[in-house]
Write a protein that binds this ligand. Structure first.
Ligand code: 5GP
Length: 204
């Protein structure tokens, strides 16, 4: 098997991070792509675990030196995916998981469409999303509003995804996500067909 890519997008507050944490803990051969960002680190976050936190100047230097597979400006901050570790993970036959926005998804799909499966995770409506963001208590009122507005824009791109999950219940959504992650490894394009056929037909 060759490596594959699983893109997970969805508004902050959709439950994406909790789902990803559970998925990563329960499946083998996954590689989580830790993005680089210029946004402020939150109280419950750790540098090098949730993100690589760097300055705007450093980020712009990295863009110039072609470090990123993709990068985007989201909520006024830069976010980017480093190319090198992703290529390594794919060459090792792993499933590389990206938690990226709709702009990043477009780029990954353009470059690695054949081995990419994508999932958009969201809430049942906008009110639920706002409610969850307010309860999270990690953002100011302005940031919550910015995130909700951004979610509305992101929702206009959901038809570009392979799967849409409405996260009403964490356990059920996790089960669905696990099924998708398993099947994403069975894409015909991720199988080394020549070698598989040689073995199958017993050709030396
Ligand atoms: P947050 O600030 O809530 O961690 O993330 C904000 C948004 O940025 C989320 O939609 C998340 O998926 C997106 N994001 C995180 N890392 C990347 C990245 O490397 N590239 C892109 N394009 N988006 C990212």
């Amino acid at each position: 098997m060759r490596g594959t890519i699983l893109v997970i997008s969805g508004p902050s507050g959709s439950g994406k991070s909790s789902l990803l944490k559970e998925l990563l803990a329960s499946m083998e051969n996954l590689y989580f792509s830790i993005s680089t960002t210029t946004r402020q680190m939150r109280k419950d976050e750790e540098d090098g675990v949730n993100y690589h936190f760097i300055s705007k100047e450093e980020f712009e230097k990295d863009i110039q030196s072609g470090m990123f597979l993709e990068w985007a400006k989201v909520h006024d901050n830069y976010y980017g995916t480093s190319l090198k570790p992703i290529l390594k993970a794919i060459n090792e036959g792993k499933t590389a998981i990206f938690d990226i926005d709709v702009q990043g998804h477009k780029i990954v799909r353009d470059r690695f469409g054949k081995i990419t499966t994508s999932v958009f995770i969201t809430t049942k409506d906008q009110i639920t999303l706002k409610d969850r963001l307010e309860k999270r208590d990690s953002d100011t009122k302005e940031t919550v509003n910015l995130r909700v507005n951004n979610a509305v824009t992101e929702m206009t791109c959901i038809h570009e995804y392979d799967y849409i999950l409405i996260n009403n219940d964490l356990k059920n959504t996790l089960e669905e996500l696990r099924c998708i992650a398993k099947l994403s490894r069975r894409k015909a394009s991720s199988v080394d067909i020549e070698s598989f056929f040689s073995k199958w037909a017993n050709i030396e």
